[in-house]
Design a protein around this ligand. Structure first.
Ligand code: PLP
Length: 681
């Protein structure tokens, strides 16, 4: 079948603000705006009889309208609804058989491929949207060819005026759709072609190859081919890949990430499968306060990990960002040193008078490794006792070499640790929090040079635990290292050890110190820190200026607003309300953690399922939530109240599921989440 000339209407939806990249449609490439390029490409396309640019009547679209006037292109301006109405009215007028719809920021830069698609696909009802970015396909790439299902659904629902008066008649009057007998139509949505990734172009290529003797094939022809050769389609042609319909942009990127980045992410705790496989937004566009915008521009409140504990003062804190911008303007790196590191060191020592000297690094793992090196240098003893999580380095993971379960409660079960130097075996020994006898036993059996521990995380110290640890280490001349990477600044202005009035020999700080900018500190008494000069500890980017400047501003604001009190109060309230809710619904919860970063687990074999369900239901309400909250100063009472209203109904459903002993998987719309760090359930 050959398409008759002058039979195609092209509608370009070019609303200035309707895309993920506002303003991109007017972005210039080689002196022409993207919209101009699209229009010119389409004008050259011999089958297209008419081009209409549809935009909003928003003031910012005036430029689009002016461009249309200049190019003598029809345009239509109105609200989003008006534009769609116009689209469907036009499709009626043109009998709807040959419509090419291009949305907003579609640069159509890859001419060769796009020409092929345009010339070969618009014989059917084609809905083509593309965000192809030159020169390859970065994250903005997303093209749709058929939206048959969308039309079909709209037809069936016929809920809105537009659906009743336009889509439904449009489909009923359309000869292509008529043939399919809409009322009893099979669901062909699985052959809707969605081009999300470069490899999806293979599908197009395969289809074109299949029809190479008659390139003017119809959508119907594809359906017929699909019916006849379903197996070929799904196996060889990937025609069944229909993920675009179900996966959000973040999830599509996550699939790409896993192919190119081992493990998909540099930080285990940011794996979206820890929260809600297939649905977690996974990637962000921007942040502010306790809000995150995903790649589709949807705004969520973050009542989960808040940057994995980095942003006590909220995301994109204006004053901190301002201090960083100031550094960017003046210069971040140079042959000479930055004065900010001295100011920050002096500040940290002033906050912790037991300490005399400070080194800076950029990550918590580095800080712990350096603290251990200094301790070994100071004592001349290599063996270490640990309690808690202290990063990814060999020295720490080696605790598992003698028994693969040693780090189960400190890090995770089934810890993968190939490549950790095997002759480090029996150099690091783990002890459980509050088990002083276990530590005493380790110290009596091994020549321990340092004890590295978190001051408190999930449990509070009992029976003078910290006091006993301090006395023992002092008596045995062991360096006591408090890893305050996570606990710092959450209950006190500085280390949590200030609260317990126990001073270590070294403390490390990270996470919240730069409110989202990379900076970690190792502070220590003069007597141990002097040993830094007896070893080699040095790295280029430990000297960059942004980290110190961000930390100085962060500390200034923390001190001013007493942020540790704010987040501790909110967190204590959250814990209280979790407990109340668990009693109301008669659900057994294990509630723990510092008040400023509380968590709970269901005391139930299905804990992970319920946790996934929580994330699933909160996501529908535009809240990122799981079973723990890193609180920040922007988590206000209204948000907490809203959180508990929603959690109430979630707990109700969970309780029903527990009581009815029904299949727990029925709660979930996707797979259950994977188990995370320090999860005992
Ligand atoms: C107590 C503690 N130490 C060290 C680390 C490792 O820090 P980083 O991920 O910055 O290397 C963490 C991270 O969660 C931590 O909580």
């Amino acid at each position: 079948m050959v398409i008759k000339k002058n039979k195609v209407l092209a509608i370009i939806q070019a609303r200035h603000d309707s895309t993920r990249f506002p303003g991109k449609v007017l972005k210039k490439i080689n002196d022409q705006s993207i919209l101009e390029i699209i229009i010119k490409r389409l004008s050259k396309c011999h089958n297209i009889s008419k081009i209409i640019v549809a935009c909003s009547d928003n003031k910012s679209d005036v430029q689009i309208i002016n461009l249309c006037k200049k190019l003598k292109i029809n345009y239509f301006a109105g609200s989003e609804h008006d534009v769609l109405e116009r689209f469907y009215k036009a499709s009626l007028k043109y009998k709807g058989s040959n419509i090419l719809r291009i949305t907003a920021d579609c640069p159509l830069i890859d001419y060769a491929i796009v020409d092929k698609i345009i010339n070969n696909f618009f014989s059917a009802n084609v809905d083509y949207a593309s965000n192809i970015d030159p020169p390859t396909f970065p994250d903005g790439f997303d093209a749709e060819i058929f939206t048959f299902k969308a039309l079909k659904q709209a037809h069936k629902r016929a809920k809105t005026k537009m659906e009743r008066e336009h889509i439904r008649p449009f489909m009923l009057n359309n000869k292509n759709f008529k043939k399919f007998n809409l009322e009893s139509i099979e669901d062909y949505s699985s052959i809707r072609l969605t081009i999300d990734e470069p490899e999806d172009f293979k599908v197009i290529k395969n289809i074109i190859n299949n029809f190479k003797n008659n390139l003017f094939f119809l959508y119907e022809d594809i359906i017929n081919l699909y019916k006849k050769k379903k197996h070929i389609f799904s196996v060889n042609m990937h025609i069944n890949r229909n993920e675009g319909l179900y996966l959000n942009k973040g999830q599509k990127l996550w699939k790409r990430a896993k192919k190119i980045i081992p493990g998909g992410t540099m930080l285990f705790s940011k794996n979206p499968d820890l929260f809600l496989p297939n649905f977690w937004p996974a990637y962000f566009e921007k942040t502010k306060g306790c809000s995150i915008w995903d790649l589709e521009g949807r705004k969520y409140f973050d009542l989960s990990m808040m940057g994995i504990g980095t942003n006590i003062l909220g995301y994109s804190r204006r004053e901190v960002d301002g201090a960083v911008k100031n550094i960017i303007n003046k210069g971040n790196m140079s042959t000479l040193n930055s004065k900010e590191e001295i100011l920050l060191a002096e500040k940290l020592v002033q906050m912790h008078p037991w300490a005399g000297q400070v080194r800076f690094v950029r990550t918590g793992g580095e800080a712990a490794a350096i603290a251990v090196r200094i301790a070994r240098a100071a004592t001349g003893r290599d063996k270490i006792a640990i309690c808690g999580y202290h990063g990814w380095h060999d020295w720490y993971l080696s605790a598992n070499l003698s028994n693969s379960k040693n780090l189960d409660s400190h890090l995770m079960k089934n810890l993968p640790m190939k490549g950790v130097q095997k002759n480090l075996k029996n150099s690091v020994f783990a002890f459980e929090y509050n088990n002083f006898n276990q530590l005493k036993e380790i110290v009596s059996r091994h020549d321990i040079g340092a004890v590295v521990m978190e001051v408190s995380r999930n449990e509070i110290p009992k029976n003078h635990f910290l006091d006993n640890v301090r006395k023992l280490t002092k008596n045995k001349n062991i360096v006591l290292i408090f890893d305050e990477c996570t606990s710092g600044f959450r209950e006190t202005f500085g280390g949590l050890h200030i609260k317990y009035k126990i001073n270590p020999d070294i403390a490390t700080f990270g996470k919240a110190l730069g409110n989202g900018y990379a900076i970690n500190a190792v502070i220590g008494s003069n007597s141990v820190m002097n040993y830094v000069n007896s070893t080699f500890i040095s790295s280029t980017f430990w000297t960059e200026r942004i980290g110190s400047a961000a930390a100085l501003k962060t500390l200034e604001i923390m001190d001013k607003i007493k942020s540790w009190r704010i987040i501790t109060d909110i967190g204590a309230d959250v814990k209280k309300k979790w407990l109340q809710l668990s009693k109301i619904h008669n659900i057994k919860l294990d509630i723990k953690g510092l008040d400023a970063m509380p968590r709970f687990d269901f005391i139930n074999k299905n804990n992970l399922y319920y946790k996934t369900y929580i994330s699933q239901e909160f996501l529908k309400k535009k809240i990122l939530a799981a079973n723990s909250i890193y609180l920040c100063v922007d988590h206000n009472q209204d948000l907490i109240n809203r959180y508990f209203d929603i959690l109430d109904s979630i707990f109700y459903k969970i309780k029903k599921s527990i009581d009815s002993d029904s299949d727990v998987e029925k709660l979930l719309e996707g797979p259950v989440c994977i188990s995370g760090i320090r999860s005992n359930y």
